[in-house]
Design a protein around this ligand. Sequence first.
Ligand code: 13P
Ligand code: ZN
Length: 270
Amino acid sequence: MKSILENRSNLAREVNKVAEVAGYLWQKGWAERNGGNITINITQYVDEAIRKLPAICGVNPIGATLPNLKGCYFYCKGTNRRMRDLARAPMENGSVIRICDDCASYEIIADRHVMPTSELPSHLSVHNYLIGKGSTYKASVHTHPIELVAMTHCNDFLKKDVLTKLLWSMIPETKAFCPRGLGIVPYMLPSSVELANATIKAIDDDYDVVMWEKHGVFAVGEDVIEAFDMVDTLNKSAQIYMDARCMGFVPDGMSDAQMQEISDVFHLPK
Ligand code: 13P
Ligand code: ZN
């Protein structure tokens, strides 16, 4: 069977980045069973031949109307598919979808009938928001990083920017590479449109990475590698915090002056 990636090196490169990150998520223990999902906006790599591809399945509702997605195409992890399998075979464990003209439904066009992730409402709502804002971000990643999720089981950490400041102060790189910090989305049913709306609201508050309370993170970036790196950096800080607590002390954290110095040297917004 001919794959949509054949003779399309730019598209193949982006899908292979998803496979690379899927492998990291599995290795880190953040992707139990089918846990987590990734989508990328691939519209810029879509040629006339792809536009003419017939649908493999019927029309499916997104659950929301997303006007900025008219004519857009996405690669999506398949629902119930494992990251560790996607790492080896991205087109067998994910598919390319085309948004229909009503902007409220989609059809699968390649390579095979793999239904997209159950978190599609969140992913597509965020892509719709990013396009509306004129953002160049093309990737969104949802994963279950152990230490970050553990921290959301404590109410004090859920107050605005408490986790941001704590995680920034664990190691200088965190503020430098996640300068917008970590937003918080209160617990909501996985896959729900309510969760999607709350996620956009949090991202609109100027975060690239947000926590879904007691569930996981949702991150956006120029590409999937960038989105993954931010989550990885934040989770490293969470691990340092927890290791210090396990050694029996509360970590001091960097001082305000040391944090300010990082902001000045790296020209950071906050
Ligand atoms: P999917 O298998 O549908 O992508 O769901 C995994 C998940 O993490 C839901 O939040
Ligand atoms: Zn999840």
